[in-house]
Design a protein around this ligand. Structure first.
Ligand code: KIV
Length: 279
């Protein structure tokens, strides 16, 4: 039982123990209402910095702040009771030094109640991952297409399509696993390389635009619900909520304009006056 007296929350060791046994189901979440709806079906909810684009209409994740992540992280923790909650450390809040990363990751855990943080980068972030895990902060790694690196990459480019890129990406995964990352997101990566890395390291890999051979999969929830204006090739839309929302708004507008809404059942009648004959 959890502190709230309901379901027991999935732990970091339980996620790690799934490797080679059972696929790990992950989705992103940014607010309490959706978190509550999807929580029963997933193992891990990521409060991703993709919220910059999805929730705030930004062009990249670079403008996302720690305060934004903390506000949305706390909302998701309030909404979900079963899934492990991981919150992204946004650009500029962890790269400078392990102590900067610890300060901001500890604040994230304290103020949201989440169980772990995610950060982008391989070999270059290994020292930081070790520093955090040794001090009680579970870390999820993220390599391959790393959106916070968009300006260096010159766009969102699938990684590892040339075999000569493989040793560097394999070294990134190995370094994160050795540093203590409890799982590693492989984003936008050639399927053959994602399969190879998944077989090489002892911690779960979570694929997005990677391969079916990863130990788990993650998608941006709004993408898979059919809410995003454009979706990349690797997204499967499991619903068409965008069309449903537009349809509902149109029906509402028609009803208001034709005075079909509200009907009597949607309104409140005045209270009956108290009988004054008695006095
Ligand atoms: O920010 C995010 O949503 C992510 C996932 C796409 C892995 O990092």
């Amino acid at each position: 039982m959890s502190v709230r007296g309901h379901v027991k929350r999935i732990t970091v060791p339980e996620i790690m123990a799934r490797k080679g046994r059972e696929p790990i189901v992950c989705l992103t979440s940014y607010h309490a209402h959706t978190a509550r709806l999807i929580d029963p079906y997933v193992d891990l909810l990521l409060v991703g910095d993709s919220l910059g684009m999805v929730m705030y209409g930004m062009e990249t994740t670079l403008g996302v702040t720690l305060d934004m992540m903390i506000a949305h992280g706390a909302a998701v923790v309030r909404g979900a009771e079963k899934a492990l909650i991981v919150v992204d450390l946004p650009f500029g809040t962890y790269e400078e030094s392990p102590s900067q990363a610890f300060h901001n990751a500890a604040r994230t855990l304290k103020e949201t109640g989440c169980q772990a943080v995610k950060l982008e980068g391989g070999v270059r972030m290994a020292e930081t991952v070790k520093y955090l895990t040794e001090r009680g902060i579970p870390v999820m790694g993220h390599i391959g297409l790393t959106p916070q690196n968009v300006n260096v990459m010159g766009g969102y480019k699938t990684q590892g399509r040339e075999q000569q890129q493989w040793p560097e990406l394999e070294a990134d995964a190995q370094a994160l696993a050795e540093a203590g990352a409890f799982a590693i997101v492989l984003e936008g990566m050639a399927a053959e390389l994602a399969d190879r890395i998944s077989g090489q390291i002892g911690v779960p890999t979570i694929g997005i635009g990677a391969s079916a051979g990863c130990d788990g999969q993650i998608l941006v929830t709004e993408d898979m619900l059919g809410l995003s204006p454009t979706v990349p090739k690797f997204v499967k839309e499991f619903a068409t909520l965008g069309a449903q929302i537009a349809g509902a708004a149109e029906a509402y507008a028609n009803d208001v304009r034709s005075r079909k809404f509200p009907e009597e059942q949607h309104t409140y009648a005045m209270k009956k006056p108290v009988n004054s004959d008695e006095s």
